[in-house]
Design a protein around this ligand. Structure first.
Ligand code: SF4
Ligand code: SF4
Length: 440
């Protein structure tokens, strides 16, 4: 049975699940786009099979906690590739997310003490209080830079604890953090608009260079950037972990911070977070005090590539950045936000850059939030597949627009002995080119 309250996630709660089920005509056109289906060729590991399973649970023909169902709700990457191609307009996310939330809740009492502690630390502490995240990042930085890491790796303790893969996926902490402190970065001359930059949670301590590049590129495009200190984590991981009220609290904080800023647009450079920010309205559909504010907020959110493509940058500002670049579509940009052309159009502006198409560029790399921790085997299969496609394409750089994809591809390329291939955000390449242009 699907409980009504779990629809208060990033899924539209106003549509009965049965309407979603009944829209699926079982044509199978979504199957070749589903990463877990193409890897396994098992019906229940594809969207059509998962829809049938969720329907069976909703109709009480299958138990919510049956191992097969639990496995499928966890194995699905929530990449939404199936949604993007479905000719019947099945909004798969509308049923997956509530089903997943219910499984999470139903299994909560059986969680081990360390799993509970991990959730409390991550969900209840770090994502809510970014100061705690910064303290943890400083500890991780000490571990990564002091020689302690080399010692731990040599000792074999991580392997003994089964933690070596998780450790390898940890982001390299930035040399300096990009902390929201009510900064204002004014565009030279007359400003075309004011953009609020969402600095992120992990982003502000591990991808600070992406935020810095974003500020410079927006400034070069004539846009003033503000970074209010009152903003916080987007809440995506919190909501997906089934903690709806906490997630709504994070959303309220961002909505209020962004309203007070008076910015024209809210720019984000992480696809997963952008997709969450654009779906805030679904969190407050039954809350008269917040519904309209959330709708107005989401309407102003733009991925940085979407926004730059919309406003345009004078082509003569770009200087040469020679090299072969391939672009990897992040699922939450390509499928959830349906943004595929803008990043490519922006990269095409860079003189000397050869943009080479990668086969299966929109097939998930296996990162998907914390999927590489919860489903390590499937995650590694998809990672290897992605790395093979990258190596076949033979680029010097892979451009992306999501931190999770960047970490997953970096880890996979390093394992495959292809550390020479760089991974960059699209804005980092644009920044390089604009700086080359400015230097003449
Ligand atoms: S493409 Fe749409 S209608 Fe066809 S099987 Fe997939 S979900 Fe169902
Ligand atoms: S969301 Fe992605 S992994 Fe899940 S069923 Fe759809 S295509 Fe497959």
């Amino acid at each position: 049975m699907i409980e009504p309250d779990v629809h208060r996630g990033f899924v539209a709660p106003d549509v009965p699940p049965s309407e979603v089920f009944d829209r699926c005509v079982r044509c199978g056109l979504c199957l070749p786009t589903c990463p877990t289906y193409v890897e396994t060729l098992v019906e229940t590991s594809g969207p059509r099979g998962r829809i049938a399973l969720i329907k069976a649970v909703a109709e009480e023909r299958l138990d919510l906690t049956s191992p097969g169902f639990v496995h499928q709700m966890s194995e699905c990457l929530d990449c939404r590739a199936c949604e993007a191609v479905c000719p019947s307009g099945v909004e798969y996310g509308r049923i997956l997310e509530p089903a997943r939330t219910q499984v999470t809740r139903a299994l909560a009492p059986a969680r081990s003490w360390y799993a509970r502690l991990g959730r409390a630390l991550l969900i209840g502490t770090m994502f809510e209080h970014l100061g705690v995240m910064r303290a943890a990042a400083r500890l991780l930085k000490f571990y990564q830079r002091s020689g302690l890491r080399a010692l731990v790796l040599r000792s074999g303790v991580l392997r003994a604890l089964g933690l070596q893969d998780v450790e390898a996926l940890a982001p390299r902490v930035s040399d300096r953090f990009f902390i929201p402190r009510d900064q204002r970065f004014s565009a030279p001359g007359t400003s075309r608009a004011t953009a609020l930059l969402h600095a992120g949670c992990v982003m502000h301590v591990a991808f600070a260079a992406w935020n810095e590049a974003t500020v410079r590129v927006l400034n070069a495009a004539g846009v003033t950037v503000v970074v209010p200190s009152a903003q916080g984590c987007c809440g995506a991981i919190t909501i997906h972990a089934g903690e709806m009220e906490r997630g709504r609290g994070l959303a309220m904080r961002n909505i209020a911070a962004f309203e007070q800023s008076g910015a024209d647009v809210y720019v984000i450079n992480a696809a997963g977070c952008g997709s969450a920010l654009k779906e805030y309205a679904n969190l407050f559909h039954d809350d008269p005090a917040w519904a309209e504010r959330a709708r107005a907020f989401s309407a102003k959110v733009r991925d940085v590539t979407e926004y730059l493509d919309e406003i345009g940058i004078a082509p003569e500002k770009f200087g040469p950045v020679p090299g072969v670049v391939t672009y990897q579509d992040a699922c939450h940009l390509a499928h959830a936000q349906r943004i595929t052309a803008p990043p490519r159009r922006l990269l095409a502006l860079v003189p000397g850059l050869e943009l080479r198409a990668m086969p299966e560029s929109s097939l998930c790399c296996g990162s998907a939030g914390i999927y590489n921790v919860t489903q390590p085997e499937m995650s590694q299969r998809l990672q290897r597949r992605k790395v093979d496609r990258i190596i076949e394409t033979a680029p010097q750089t892979v451009a992306t627009a999501n931190p999770g994809c960047a970490l997953q591809m970096r880890n996979g390329l390093d394992r495959a002995g292809a550390s020479h291939i760089a991974i960059k955000h699209v804005v980092e390449i644009l920044d390089e080119s604009l700086r080359a242009g400015a230097a003449g």
